[in-house]
Design a protein around this ligand. Structure first.
Ligand code: FES
Ligand SMILES: [Fe+2]
Length: 370
């Protein structure tokens, strides 16, 4: 575990959240870090594929006949057409333009040729591969061929997740329907993460959440390229957020942030897990893409009812509260009267301390500016 930096007390200057030139530099940062793209269950069988993009770079992941999941740029080496769309299953990848075909391992299998055709040997050409790695079964890609593997980039993260969420490998993917929620927010991606990385605002701004939780007992710990928050509930079956079954449900939240833009966690309530990626679209617009997991069989007859109530609360109450806060802050960051803010940190009061957010900024500044 790392100790919080005791020196720097000023937050990132406003320009980091508003300046298009900063976003240009961040683009390179995103191309050189691990980006969350899915879950191995989405690629259960040979030939299953999913597409993803990191800014304008389009990639796809596919499970080969040899059972290995590989990532490729979604571009045909012949003349540059996109190869696949959406998700599905393919025996071979056939380019829609001139029908070059590729094996699931990226090798060129076929092209049109006559006797006198001048064309390269098939063995000279293959799809351009990108690095794929995983934490538990969550899949990440990195466009930097020399990037450190995730186990070295975030040492101990996978073991920590499995220690606190031992049932994770039994859960099944349910898309973005539950409490991860895919949505747009008119604020910089770092504003959304800053908001995720402190619970200073939970009392003043999330009244129902505050009623369900025991925020004073929450703890944020800092690690190399990630943070971990333990957030116990107040163990109230009836509370202002959603009903908790104290026997079957998660009664202590566990939340991780992996630099630069992924969050994972087990939210209080029915058994499950989520992972989300925060994608900058412009300095003032962020897309949160999420994946939710749930149990294969209900833990009890009332589970689906409680899951629905949590999902409704999450989309209609807490997400709306956070979105309004972030969008309001983004407007504030454009004010001539606001140049840079202050961190509030306290080693003994993690309910108000912003040291996890500062840790994010420390890693960010180092990565962006050295
Ligand atoms: S661009 Fe793909 S076959 Fe021509
Ligand atoms: Fe919040």
């Amino acid at each position: 575990m790392l100790t919080p930096n005791p020196v720097r007390d000023r937050t990132l200057a406003a320009k980091y959240y508003t300046d298009p030139d900063v976003l240009k530099k961040e683009k390179e940062l995103f191309f050189n870090t691990w980006q969350f793209v899915g879950h191995t269950q989405q690629l259960a069988n040979a030939g299953d594929f999913v597409t993803a993009s990191i800014f304008d770079q389009n990639i796809f992941l596919v499970r080969g006949q040899d059972n290995i999941i590989r990532g490729f740029y979604n571009v045909c080496p012949h003349r540059g057409h996109q190869l696949v769309e959406g998700s599905g299953n393919k025996r071979v990848v056939t380019c829609p333009y001139h029908a070059w075909t590729f094996g699931l391992e990226g090798n060129l299998r076929g092209m049109q040729k006559r006797d006198a055709t001048i064309a390269p040997e098939r063995s000279e050409i293959c799809l351009s591969e990108v690095r794929v790695d995983q934490i538990v079964d969550f899949l990440f890609v990195n466009l930097d061929p020399d990037a450190k593997p995730l186990a070295e980039f975030a040492p101990g993260l996978e073991a920590q997740i499995l220690e606190h969420c031992p049932n994770l490998s039994e859960l099944i993917v349910e898309g973005d329907v539950a409490y991860g929620h895919t949505y747009d927010c008119e604020a910089n991606w770092k504003v959304l993460l800053d908001n995720y990385l402190e619970c200073h605002h939970c009392g003043p701004a999330h009244h129902s959440f505050d009623d369900m939780m025991d925020i004073a007992s929450s703890k944020f710990s800092l690690f190399e390229n990630y943070t971990f928050q333990v957030a116990p509930t107040a163990m109230k079956a009836e509370n202002k957020a959603f009903p908790l079954d104290l026997e079957h449900d998660v009664t202590t939240g566990h939340f991780w942030f992996l630099f630069p833009n992924t969050v994972f966690g087990q939210f209080p309530g029915t058994q499950g897990f989520y992972a989300s990626r925060f994608d900058p679209v412009t300095p003032d617009l962020t897309q949160r893409r999420s994946l939710s997991m749930t149990t294969a069989t209900p833990t009890d007859p009332e589970m689906s009812k409680r899951a629905q109530l949590r999902s409704d609360w999450s989309s209609n109450i807490v997400s709306q509260e956070d979105r309004a806060l972030c969008e309001n802050v983004q407007k504030g960051l454009h004010q001539r009267g606001y140049i840079q803010g202050w961190y509030i940190t306290d080693p003994d009061a993690h309910d108000i301390s912003e040291h996890a957010m500062r840790h994010f900024h420390d890693i960010y500044l180092e990565a962006l500016e050295g």
